[in-house]
Write a protein that binds this ligand. Structure first.
Ligand code: SAM
Length: 331
C-alpha cells in the first residue's frame, strides 16, 4: 500500500474495488494494494515457516486450511471481488428490508484478514451492520482481531469465537440476517463447507441469506480431439443446498451424502476422451464463480482409457473418515 492502511484508505480501496469489479486488471491491482496494507499491519508475510502458519487444522470433520493459505485467499482475485460485491449487496438488501435493525452477520471461517469484515464495515455506518466472527485457527483469529482493531473497526464487532463451525452452537442465532462461510475448495475437497452448513443452517432463521449461496459439482464428457461431437453434460453430482435441505435438520453430520450414479449406457463412450468434474460456486443471486475463474473452480479431468466398457460411475461425497468426493466405475 502506498500509504499506511487506515480506515479511510481501506474504505476508498474497497469502494474502488466495487466500482472496478468488472475490470480484472484494476481489481487485481486494488486487491494487491489491500493485501500489502494488511500484511504491514498484521506482520504476516504469507510465507512464514512457523508450523502454526503452515499446518492445516483438524476439525471434527475434515480440515481447515493452514493460516498462510487462508491469508493468500485474499489474492484469489475474482473470488474476493465477487464475494465482496455479494456481501455488500446482501447487507444493503437486508438494510432495505429491515431499516430499523442493525444487520447481523455471522462469519464462519474469517481467516487472518477477515476480508468480509475489514473491507465491508468501512462502507457502512456503525449501527448499520455488526459482525460475529468465528475461526478454528486461534492464530488466525488473533490476527483478524488485531487487524479489525488497528483499522478502527472494533465498533462493528459483536463477538469473536475460536471454535469449530461444524459443531458450534451459535448464541442468539435467531438474531442473524446473513451467514458467510467461504470454507471451500475445488470439488469440495477436504474443507468443511458441507458439514458447516449441516450444523449451522438449522440454527438460523429459515431463509437466512447465505454467501456463498450454494456449490454445485457437475460432470461432463469431452469428445476426442477432432470429433464433431459437442461436450455432453452428464448432470449434477452434488448440489449442496439440496443435500442440506434433504437432511433432517437436526445438525447431525452423516458419514456421506447419498450416492449418485452416472449411467454411460446411452452414450457411445468410444468417442469421448475424458470426463470433466466442474465446481460452480453460486456466490449470490446472478453472481457465480465459474470454471477456472478461481482456485475454487479448477476442474478435474479424468482420462477415459479406451476401450471404455464400464456401465456406470458411482460418486460418493464422504464426510468420514475425511472429506472428499470419491468415485468408482462399475461393469
Ligand atoms: C478459505 S479460508 C478463507 C478465509 C477468509 N474468509 C477469506 O475469505 O479470505 C477458510 C477459513 O476458514 C477456516 N475454517 C475452515 N474450517 C473451519 C471450521 N470447521 N471451523 C471454523 N473455521 C474453519 C480456516 O481456518 C480458514 O481460515
Amino acid at each position: 500500500m502506498t500509504e499506511k492502511s487506515t480506515p479511510t484508505n481501506v474504505k476508498k480501496l474497497a469502494s474502488d474495488l466495487l466500482l472496478n469489479a468488472a475490470s480484472p486488471t484494476e481489481a487485481e491491482r486494488i486487491i494487491k494494494e489491500i493485501h500489502t496494507g494488511f500484511q504491514e499491519i498484521t506482520g504476516l508475510t504469507g510465507f512464514d515457516t512457523k508450523l502454526e502458519h503452515l499446518a492445516a487444522v483438524p476439525t471434527a470433520k475434515g480440515a481447515a486450511l493452514g493460516l498462510n493459505h487462508a491469508a493468500q485467499c485474499l489474492l484469489d482475485f475474482k473470488r474476493t471481488t465477487k464475494f465482496l460485491t455479494s456481501v455488500v449487496a446482501a447487507i444493503r438488501n437486508q438494510r432495505a428490508a429491515h431499516p430499523d435493525q442493525t444487520v447481523e452477520v455471522f462469519y464462519a471461517g474469517c481467516g487472518p484478514y477477515a476480508p468480509f469484515v475489514t473491507l465491508v464495515a468501512p462502507l457502512f455506518e456503525p449501527g448499520e451492520v455488526r459482525f460475529s466472527i468465528l475461526e478454528i485457527n486461534e492464530h488466525s483469529l488473533v490476527f483478524a482481531g488485531k487487524l479489525i482493531e488497528d483499522l478502527g473497526l472494533s465498533g462493528y464487532l459483536r463477538a469473536q469465537y475460536q471454535a469449530d463451525a461444524t459443531a458450534f452452537t451459535v448464541p442468539a442465532a435467531a438474531d442473524y440476517h446473513l451467514l458467510i462461510s467461504e470454507t471451500l475448495d475445488a470439488l469440495l475437497y477436504r474443507e468443511c463447507y458441507v458439514p458447516i452448513l449441516l450444523n449451522l443452517l438449522p440454527q438460523f432463521r429459515p431463509g437466512i441469506t447465505l454467501i456463498p449461496e450454494n456449490v454445485v459439482i457437475k460432470a461432463k464428457l469431452e469428445p476426442t480431439p477432432g470429433s464433431p461431437l459437442q461436450a455432453e453434460e452428464l448432470g449434477i453430482i452434488i448440489d449442496v443446498r439440496k443435500s442440506v435441505a434433504a437432511g433432517n435438520g437436526d445438525r447431525t453430520i452423516p458419514a456421506q451424502l447419498p450416492n449418485v450414479q452416472v449411467d454411460f449406457s446411452k452414450y457411445d463412450m468410444t468417442t469421448y476422451q475424458r470426463m470433466l468434474l466442474e465446481t460452480h460456486v453460486h456466490v449470490s443471486q446472478d453472481n457465480w464463480l465459474t470454471t477456472n475463474e478461481s482456485s475454487l473452480t479448477l476442474p478435474l479431468g479424468l482420462e477415459l482409457v479406451q476401450p471404455f466398457t464400464y456401465r456406470c460411475m458411482v460418486f460418493t461425497y464422504l464426510m468420514e473418515p475425511s472429506i472428499e468426493l470419491t468415485f468408482k466405475l462399475e461393469d
